[in-house]
Design a binder for this molecule. Structure first.
Ligand code: VGL
Ligand code: ZN
Length: 197
């Protein structure tokens, strides 16, 4: 059985000093680089938003980061501007190995966010990753990266629902943890059958 490492969003904007810094975000880089040796395939994702993306508070006059809005597809957290296509913040952490097999970009449609590496936040628009993994015969995934409670969480739950064997290595993840989001993400992942290590 083929087992791939899925490295979620280890980008400058999610590391200390970045626009949406995750506490200790840069601490995942060294363990992830080591883990890359251990898998049949390595896939990296990159959060990749156009300027004025509708997930940015700045695109909603008068609203502040971390407030909620209602989008046509449901509730959406508003974020500081982050991971703008081609910016330094959108680049991978400079010490991250990027010699994996595939770099998958997500969140590139202006009006819809994409936490998951499989489906955008409407939970129906596919990114194409499922087809890629199936074509390669990959049946098991280990997830690492940023942020545990958003993009790792949604990617892991979708992967489990799609039938992959899913493990999250929490020692190689870090969380944003707003309003109990880490605890509810951990519960949702367990409920979906994801193994948390
Ligand atoms: C993420 C919030 C907004 C993540 C991406 O990578 O977890 N979180 N965009
Ligand atoms: Zn984003």
């Amino acid at each position: 059985m083929s087992h791939a490492l899925l490295v979620i969003d280890v980008q400058n904007d999610f590391c200390p000093g970045g626009a949406l810094a995750v506490p200790g975000g840069d601490e995942v880089v060294a363990p992830i680089n080591t883990m890359m040796e251990e898998f049949d395939g390595v896939i990296l994702t990159q959060d990749w938003h156009p300027a004025e993306h509708l997930s940015f508070a700045s695109a909603h006059g008068g609203m502040s980061p971390f407030e909620m809005v209602e989008m046509p597809y449901g509730p959406q957290v508003l974020w500081p501007d982050h991971c703008v296509q081609g910016s330094r913040g959108a680049a991978f952490h400079p010490n991250l190995r990027t010699d994996g097999d595939l770099i998958l970009r997500k969140g590139f449609r202006g009006a819809i966010d994409s936490y998951s590496a499989f489906f955008e936040n409407d939970q129906t628009t596919p990114t194409g990753l499922k087809g890629y993994l199936d074509t390669r015969g990959i049946k098991a995934l280990t997830l690492v990266g940023l942020a545990t409670d958003f993009c790792v969480h949604y990617s892991a739950v979708d992967a489990a629902r799609l039938g992959f064997d899913v493990t999250v290595r929490t020692d190689a993840c870090r969380a944003i943890d707003m309003d109990g989001s880490l605890a509810s993400a951990q519960q949702a992942m367990k409920d979906a059958g994801v193994i948390l290590i």
